[in-house]
Design a protein around this ligand. Structure first.
Ligand code: CTP
Length: 403
């Protein structure tokens, strides 16, 4: 289950070369459980056929021929009322004008007026057209009216020119769709800090000590908190994973940097979820210059790094808004005993105990085997699940504690 499961999305496709990417968008949304109805404008039909969309969504794709068909008098109202969200991707300059001025001379234009839910547009046009004062005026009108925008991005366009006007990639548009669907979620108005990945402790300017954390579980938690409507700050080492759309990402490398970023974020946060695999040891004396072989084997002395959750626990009274702190325990033996000890010593409300001795759980795999332990003594073993599902469950328990 994700926020897209069962979501009713109306996808408007207009006449831009980026229309071919709309088929990928419709396909991905359908695979993730959304019900996608498609309306093509006449311009879109020059680039792509309704059959393409019907084939990927399993649902009828509508064109202007339907505007005057047997169901014409109810079609646009039916489509507009049943959809939670109208997504227009790609959205041409012409359609921006239509929306801004309420022009109802095609099926998409009429349906946009009949929409009950929100509208999200992903503009696609040549940079000069996008920057033109006429287009910018339409963009301003739509912004003021609460229409949501996904892009456009800077980049190379079909004309061969570069500039702002390129449609976002389907994956990024899906991030914006999730944000739009999440706006009234259980965590709306709440701020959540999530940490992800492993920290890096330098030895010299080119070498560091780290661990095998991929950051996947933390990124999934950030996405799940966004899906629940929270404002999310993601404190992470540079993992190379795509940042969840809508999250404020703070990149850090060392444990000390992560500590500073977390304490700063917690001044304003309602919940902290520490999924990062924080280094427990750092190098006592970081060499200013690269260590050279000719100088013989170096002796690297380790000292304790900061314990971030222990610091948060000490400051808890001063962090007025912070109501829930959740941690992870990655254990290869005595899972529940060790996790229970950490829950108490770090003054947590919830700890996710993860058995990393199992081949299907822990670092660098897509599944986790987790038992949740709560401060009131409750224990909740979760079945083997994907990191996305585990994230959703943990965020829902954090939400319950906040409520
Ligand atoms: N953690 C932390 N600061 C550290 C180490 C860990 O805040 N320096 C957090 C982790 O993000 C996690 C929890 O504490 O949420 C438990 O981390 P874990 O590595 O399992 O435990 P440690 O306290 O490091 O103890 P040990 O490694 O000895 O098991």
């Amino acid at each position: 289950m994700s926020i897209l499961t069962g979501a009713r999305i109306l996808l408007g496709v207009t006449g831009s070369i980026a229309a071919y990417k709309a088929a990928d968008l419709a396909s991905r949304l359908t695979q993730q459980g959304a019900m996608v109805d498609v309306i093509l404008t006449q311009g879109a039909e020059k680039f792509i056929t309704p059959l393409t969309f019907q084939s990927v969504s399993g649902r009828k794709a509508y064109t202007d021929a339907d505007l005057w068909g047997g169901q014409a008098h109810v079609l646009h109202v039916g489509l507009g009322h049943s959809a939670e969200l109208l997504v227009i991707a790609p959205c041409t300059a012409n359609t921006l004008f239509r929306l801004a001025h309420g022009q109802a001379d095609n099926l998409l234009g009429v349906t946009a007026l009949a929409m009950n839910g929100a509208t999200l547009v992903a503009p696609a046009m040549d940079a000069g057209m996008y920057e033109h004062p006429a287009t910018q005026e339409n963009v301003r009108i739509l912004h003021e009216r609460g229409v949501l925008f996904a892009g456009p991005a800077e980049g190379r366009m079909a004309s061969g020119l570069s500039g702002r006007g390129r449609m976002l990639e389907p994956l990024e548009i899906i991030g914006h769709i999730r944000l739009a669907l999440a706006r009234k979620g259980r965590l709306s108005g709440k701020r959540v800090v999530v940490t992800a990945g492993g920290t890096q402790e330098p030895i010299d300017p080119v070498r560091y000590i780290t661990n095998r954390s991929s950051g996947k579980q933390g990124y999934a938690l950030a996405q799940a908190a966004l899906d629940a409507g929270a404002q999310v700050r993601l404190v992470t080492h540079p993992t190379g994973l795509p940042a969840p759309v809508g999250a404020e990402v703070v990149e850090v490398r060392t444990t000390a940097e992560m500590l500073a970023a977390v304490l700063e974020a917690c001044q304003e946060a309602d919940a902290l979820i520490m999924a990062a695999a924080v280094a427990d040891f750092r190098v006592a004396q970081v060499s200013e210059h690269k260590l050279k072989k000719r100088d013989g084997l170096p002796r690297v002395e380790l000292v304790a790094a900061d314990d971030i959750l222990a610091n948060v626990a000490q400051m808890r009274e001063k962090l007025a808004r912070l109501r829930v702190v959740a941690g992870f325990a990655a254990e290869s033996r005595d899972l529940l005993q060790n996790a229970g000890d950490k829950l108490k010593s770090k003054r947590l409300d919830l700890i996710a105990a993860n058995d990393i001795s199992a081949v299907d759980a822990g670092f660098a795999v897509d599944t986790n085997r987790i038992t949740l332990l709560f401060a009131d003594g409750r224990q909740e073993p979760l079945p083997l699940m994907g990191k996305d599902d585990a994230a959703e469950t943990i965020v829902s328990r954090v939400t319950a504690l906040l409520e």
